[in-house]
Design a binder for this molecule. Sequence first.
Ligand code: HEM
Length: 516
Amino acid sequence: MSTPTVVPTKSISRWFLFLLGAATTLITLGLWVSPAAAHVDFLGSTPANVSTVPGPISEVVFEFSGEADPITEDFRIENSAGESIPIRTVANDGDNKILVTSADPINAGRTKVLWALRGADGHKMSGSIVFTVTPAAATAVPAPEASGTPATTAPTSNAVSDGNGDGLAQSSPSPVTTLTVNDSGFAETVGVVARWLVYGAVLLAVGALAYLLWVHRGTRSESRRIVFFIRRAAVLIVLGSVVEWFAQLALWNGDGIGDLVRPAVWGELGSTGFALGTLCRIVGAVLVLRFVAIDVVPEDEREEASVTDLDWITEPDPSGSVMLDRQPPSTTLTRVRVESGPLALLGAALLILSESFIGHTASIEPRALMGVSDAVHLTSAAIWAAGAWLLAATLWRRHRQNEPLNAGLLATRFSVLATWSLVAVALSGTILAWAILEQPSALWESEFGRLLLAKIVVVIVIGSIGLHNQRVLLPALASGDESSEQRFRRTIAIESLLFVVVLLITSLLVIANPLS
Ligand code: HEM
């Protein structure tokens, strides 16, 4: 084995930024170009395709990229048995939106809405969306008609539409369903838990790379543990994405386990943005898993040491010598250099990109702004949350092993990143929220709005703790006050736990109904 290649941290940082920039540009271009390329595109709906909304509902809103003339007689609302539900009105609001109102409220069940329109150029388009209405009061009570209420919970609202007029509306009605509300509730819960874990793992995998590059100074074994966390996070992303996919399949038609092996259901789900997002996540995670590796360098790069001290980094090169820290590894603070190479960083960029296909923002205009905001939101959330998790883990480990905490150095370095991340997360989150919520009152009147408020409250608490750390504890740490080290260790642990709560709320947020 040869001596590890020396790549300056700065150049890797540049790679990181370059790849994130490239991914952002690609999303931007992709999202900008696609609506313009077609005549009129289906952008999304409320309720979203493949979503679950609490009943009763009587209005469905379709959004298109241009002026759309609805072909009223082709609109149809069907229940899970394929029976028609009478439509009261199909109205064009003059703002690229079509409002469909049912004569009676839809209280529960899988609901399919078929649409058709003529674009300004006369081109006919049609398609359909499917969503599940859950009974208002009872989530754990079997549906009135034994066949039950199948639920679907993919966060995407991409259309199942061919866009060329054929109307590929592919969720074939399933007259006989065997899923009860309890069953669908179980699959839905599995989906939410899997999404929660995936979000946590995505943030950890991406944020830990940034933490290694820009914050960490520690012993070799600590650095090794961080890489271990990144690898485990990548594995969790793959497993969680697969579980979420199967939960989604089980919920798709309401036929339960049977749908897991039905090619038609795979095909239908496979044509949604959710599938693209899942694919991006898995490929990104595999790249991170395969190519992440780190190297440790002393602050003084000219120093050299015996290769036997580097056993965990790479196989020793019998003929060469490599750089190493001056002191015994257990006590020396070293600088970490990510030797992951561009492919692991590309994997991280793919993980960020994957979220652009999932969630309400996947189908909301302006797409370019949404894509960029989503990428900024996820990247800054990753840097902030994973930084807090790893800082807390590092300090607790040092504390348990009776090592000096050296909290001041890490806290100072993290504080700069955390401040910028807070600003970026809040700005991008506000843009996303503004785009998703139709009107300010939806903030307290809709399920989405209330969850968002809860999320913001928790983020404000985290921000306040961060401010306290920065204003009170950092100066105390700098003055060498040892008790402040212990206080910082505890406050950063509380922040870390609150980030987990934020993620749980987010997993519910992305499938919540933003309509008042
Ligand atoms: C003021 C603070 C924040 C606001 C206003 C906010 C708002 C939002 C909104 C509106 C969405 C889109 C939901 C959807 O697509 O349906 C979102 C997604 C998300 N947020 Fe936040 N958020 C904030 C802070 C955070 C923090 C601190 C974290 C990190 C723990 C976080 C993690 C996420 C994740 C993982 C997603 C899903 C991925 C995505 O769509 O980008 N958010 N947030």
